[in-house]
Each structure stands twice: as C-alpha cells, then as structure tokens.
Ligand binder design. Structure first.
Ligand code: SAM
Length: 314
C-alpha cells in the first residue's frame, strides 16, 4: 500500500459535505471515487415518504485536503451547486487495527483455496485457487476459523452453485470477495465500514487480478447505493459478528435473490441458534451448519417464489 503509515495503520483525512436535493446517482459517486480513496453516502434528511431530501458524503483521502480542493472536486463532478454549508475536514487517527495482528504469517489451505503472501507465490499447489494477500491492516488472512469456515463454505458451494452477483459484507482484507471471484465469473460488491479495510481490499483485489469484477466500497452494512443498485444477489457473504448479523437479518433477506444463498460467520457455536432463528423467522431456510473450533458458519437459502421485499436492480 502507498501512503503514510504508522505502526498502527495509515493516516486518513475525511472531508464531510452536505449535498442538497434527493438525487445521488452512481455517476457522481464514481466521479468522486476517482479522486478520493473511499466515499460513503448517507441520507442526511428524509421526507414523510422516507425519501432522501439531502445527503451527507464522507470522502476519505490519504493526504490532507482543504475546503478549496473539495469544492473544486464537487464542481468538476457537477455537484458544486448542491453543496450546502461548509466542508468539515478531520484527520482519522491511525487506530490499533484488529488486523495488524492478523498479518499473513504463512500459507493457509481451506478446501481448494490456498491463501498466501507474496513470498509463497511459488508454493501454490497445482489445481488450487490462490489468494495472495499483503501482510494486512485489515482482518482476513485466512487463519481465523470464521474466515476458514467461509472459505470451506465457498468450496462446498462451488460444486453446486454458479452465482452471478455476490455481495461481501464486512470484507476486511477482501479475502472472501477475491475467493468468490476466483471460483466463478461473477461480479462482487464488497463493503466494509472501515475505510482502511476498503483500501486494503482494493489493493488485494488488484493484486489478485480481479479488480475489474470486485468493487469495494465504504458502507455501514447494506446502507450503500452501490449495494442497493446491484441487488438482488445470488450469494451474500457476511463474516461479521452475531449481534450485527441479527440486526441486519432483514436487510440480508431483502437483498438476496429468490433461491439465493447466504453464508454467515463470525459467530460462536453457542450463538448459532439465535442467529439462525433471526433469519428463519424472516422466511430463510437453513441449508447447512459448518463448525471449526468454537466457530460456526451458517448457510441459509431464500426460498424461490415467495413474495418479499427483494431490493431491485435499477
Ligand atoms: C471478522 S472481519 C471479516 C473479514 C473477512 N470478510 C474475513 O472473512 O476474514 C469483519 C469485518 O467487517 C467489518 N464490519 C464490521 N461491522 C460492519 C458493518 N456494520 N458494516 C460493514 N462492515 C463491517 C469490519 O471492519 C471487519 O473488516
């Protein structure tokens, strides 16, 4: 990765702006993403019909930025007139990223996947699906049971499914998004609410030659235009934690295509029943439970032919 690093992680600068008006199209976000490292969009105000009235955008940069640069950037993207109020720039201090501790230590095999660092490139076994990760500042080196559980679930699915659109919620290093892109000729949307993870996952997608099919965005759960516009998904991967998974159960159901599969992880065995119930109550069906150590990976399916609020592609 480029950019200023401390032992704890890279410094980032966040510029927050408010844009008036209900519209926020992909074109504008993509134009801003060319200049900024990551862009998060939130509806800042909603009308009685729950439609956005104004937007807040957080733009993340690797270097310090000032208001003049942000104004120029918005003007170039055709949104200069919509800027409401001033631009707030704050430094995001380097954090003690979880993943600093989970840097790639040695190759990890999980089913057909071989997760390795650059030094072990020559050791990829014949027939394996390689995933090369840079020693990471984002979680997901393949060593943790929750990640390995997801890789094994993907390995199992590879013999049964061929998803075209995949969503990876909480992508971390991008490992699962890259794994899916390595298995199938699919398009993957990967999101994380940590801007550093977004940078790391993008870099890893490039490193693995799948950046044209894996788009990585900053988002809180499913709350992203990029996520909504590409829904519904044939496969959703979410290795987060039990509580957020339960909280996001409805979003998952709404973003899955009928017949689509969800792989949920980040839960201890004793939490699996609660997480599964939160989803079966919404109509999803259990497919399989996979255990590794104290960790469980859940596979769930959305039945076909049910009425339900499936988010639509626009
Ligand atoms: C356990 S790591 C999983 C990383 C990788 N997917 C893997 O399987 O190894 C969880 C990731 O989810 C992200 N995360 C946690 N809560 C989130 C949320 N509400 N929305 C988006 N990302 C989230 C964290 O920043 C972290 O990178």
């Amino acid at each position: 990765m480029r950019g200023a690093h401390s032992a704890a992680g890279p410094s980032l600068w966040r510029a927050s702006v408010r844009l008036s008006g209900p519209e926020l199209d992909d074109g504008l976000l993509l134009a801003l993403e060319v200049e900024a490292e990551a862009v998060a969009a939130f509806a800042d105000e909603r009308d009685e019909a729950d439609e956005p009235r104004a937007w807040r955008l957080d733009l993340y940069f690797r270097e310090p930025v000032d208001e003049a640069r942000i104004r120029a950037l918005l003007a170039d993207a055709g949104a200069g007139e919509r800027l409401a109020g001033s631009v707030a720039v704050t430094e995001v201090p380097p954090a003690d990223w979880v993943a600093a501790a989970s840097a790639q230590r040695g190759p990890v095999s999980a089913g057909r996947f071989f997760v390795h660092g650059a030094a072990d490139r020559a050791r990829v076994p014949a027939g394996a699906v390689p995933i090369e990760l840079e020693a990471g500042l984002a979680f997901g080196s393949g060593e943790h049971e929750s990640t390995r559980g997801c890789l094994l679930a993907l390995d199992w699915l590879a013999r049964r499914r061929r998803p075209e659109r995949v969503l990876d919620v909480g992508t971390g290093s991008g490992i699962l998004a890259i794994a899916a892109a390595g298995l199938w000729p699919c398009r993957v949307v990967a999101v994380d609410n940590d801007p550093v993870a977004v940078l790391v996952a993008r870099e890893n997608a490039r490193r693995n030659g799948v950046a044209s099919r894996v788009s990585v965005h900053l988002a809180e759960g499913y709350r992203s235009l990029f996520v909504a516009r590409r829904a519904p998904y044939h496969l959703v991967l979410a290795n987060i934690l039990a509580d957020p998974l339960v909280a996001m159960a409805r979003d998952l159901r709404d973003h899955l295509a009928p017949g689509g599969i969800a792989v949920l992880a980040g839960l201890l065995d004793i939490q699996a029943g609660r997480v599964e119930r939160a989803h079966t109550l919404l109509g999803l069906r259990p497919v399989r439970r996979m255990r590794l150590g104290r960790w469980t990976t859940l596979l769930l399916r959305k039945p076909r032919g049910r009425r339900g609020s499936v988010a639509r592609r626009r």
